[in-house]
Structure formats: structure tokens, C-alpha cells
Write a protein that binds this ligand. Sequence first.
Ligand code: F0G
Length: 354
Amino acid sequence: MSAESTRTNWPGIIEAYRDFLPIADDTEVVTLYEGATPLYPAPYLSEIKGAEVYLKFEGANPTGSFKDRGMTMAITKAKEAGARAVVCASTGNTSASAAAYAARANMACVVLIPAGYIALGKLAQALVYGAKVLQIKGNFDEALEIVRKLGESGEITVVNSINPYRIEGQKTGAFEVVDQLGAPPDYHFIPVGNAGNITAYWRGYNEYQKAGRANSKPKMMGFQAAGAAPIVLGHIVNNPDTIATAIRIGNPASWEGALAAAKDSFGLISSVTDEQILDAYAKLARYESVFCEPASAASVAGLLATDIEKDSKVVCVLTGHGLKDPDTAISQIKVPEAVDASYSAIAKELGIEG
Ligand code: F0G
């Protein structure tokens, strides 16, 4: 089957960036044409920061999050190796993405998720794509421990970001940013949970520079939620807690990768409170017309809380779509009561005379 895309001529991230990925000429690629996500100029944020701010909207990927970039690689390589089934632990988005790409590859998919702490849209996705969903009475970190052991059994391929192909795919986000902007930004703001994505973006920026496609690299600015900030605190958090359930993680797998990205880029790993996250989440929708999920807004909450040099170029990654988490969206607004289905009732609501 030839690679075609609903977006004109876009073949998905593997074909687009094949030279940078460990893919053989005869590898059969499993793709849903992920990537080529918009980089929106952000006039409101640019104005208040005195900078040139852009939003990389990863919610525009096929399953609504950045995970699809890594999953096309992980599932392609699992299929190449003859795997029949894949497994992941997830706070929601990885499970939605794994379920979709496994279905595309005719593989079974098992997902372990923390019962009660997964946004409704993500749970719906994993179920509808046909994964076997196991809700555990524990958190993400406990789920990942079990998944590591399942992987060691040799029966099933792990597609969490401990699978190196995930990071390889996700680094293409950095390539796209450079291609879209024409150069790397000065600052790259990004939410941090299991820390795979900050590790991947940093790798991507480095590889693009080595290949002569960029002359500089951004400062990597990673933000955890204050109630789930092990890297900031310097120790494992046993009971992580945040409204941003996607990054409710107390023992990130790519801890070292995140630290290296921050240190080597002269950036930082810091934290933002749930209040700051929700404030950024609301502002993004209201003033930039971008509806992302709460965890994604941690990048912009970080930008709002950080002093940056005037006229800097800034990219904030918005990792997932707002529709993933309708409960949080609705909890943040006053849902209007039903009114009579009459002209007069509506006119009265709108203050229209007669
Ligand atoms: N934003 C969203 C929307 C996420 O789903 C995640 C992670 C992150 C940010 C953090 O990225 O883990 O690479 O540092 N979600 C994982 C999951 C853990 O299971 O879906 P990270």
C-alpha cells in the first residue's frame, strides 16, 4: 500500500524523517499519518511575554496526543520482530495510541491504567480501539513495574518509552519545530511526566544540529506538576497527586534523560501548581483558541511563571487534545441551565427587547 495522507503529501513521521530513524528499506511501516502538527503563533502570550511565542499542538495527531509519533515506531518495530501482542502502563494517552496502532497492525494490545485516574476520553479510546484494558488499584508507577516484568517474560512487547523506539519516533517533534520555524527556538517549554518526551526532543534538536539542519539548540524548560514533581524534589514521590492526571507520575523512567536535557541545554526542570496549570489551560482556550488537556498546559504555565529574555523565540508543546478530558473541562466552567425553547425565553437571556 502506498503512503497517502489526509494532509497533502504527508506520509507520516517515519517516511518524512526516515534518514534519522532506525528503519530498514524493506521495513513495513505501520502509520496513521501522525505528525505534521500545527505550530500556531500565540499573539496573546507573545504580547504578555514580550516574545515570539508558538504553540506546537500535538493534540492534532491521529489519537489526539504526541504519543503517536513514538507509537508508529514502536509498533512498526514490534511487527517487524514478529510480535503478536504489546503491553503498556499508561496515564491514558499511551494506552489510546498503543490500542490504535496495535489495531492497525493486527496485534493484541493490553493496557494497565490506574483505576479512577484516567481521563474519560482516553479510557473510551483504548476500549473502542479494542485493547484489553486492566484498571489497577494502584498508580502509574506501580503499573509500569508490572509491565516491565511482563516484558521480561518474553511473551509480549512493551511499548512504554522504556522501549527505545518510542523516543526515536518522538524526537521528530523537534525536527518539525525546526522545519516549521526555519530555526530552533531559544526556549522550548514542555510538560514532564515519565520524562520520555523531553528526552526525545533534546535528542531531536541535537541530531538536527549534527546533521547541519540547525545552528543552535533551545534551552529545554521542563515542567512537572507540583504534586508530582520527583525530579524537582530529587526523590521519588510515592503518592503523586495532580489534576493533570497525564503527568501524575512519581518515579519517571527517563529521569536521567530529563536531567541531562535541562543541564546540557542550560535549561531547567521546575514545577507548576494545579492552579497555575488550570489558569494556563483556560487562557489557552480563551485567548489562543487552543483547547489542550490540563497536563499540556503545564508548558504554558511554566512560560507564564518564568522570566525570559525579551524578543526570544519560544515554543511550548501542547501534548494532548482538550477533548481527552471532558470532566476537567466541565468542572472549570458553569454549565448553563436549560431554558424554554421559545423565542421570548432566548431573547430574554440575551437581553434583546421585544
Ligand atoms: N502530556 C501528556 C498529555 C501526556 O499524556 C504525558 C504522558 C505527558 C505530557 C508527559 O510526557 O511522560 O514523556 O514526560 N503521558 C504518559 C501516558 C505517561 O501514559 O500517556 P512524558
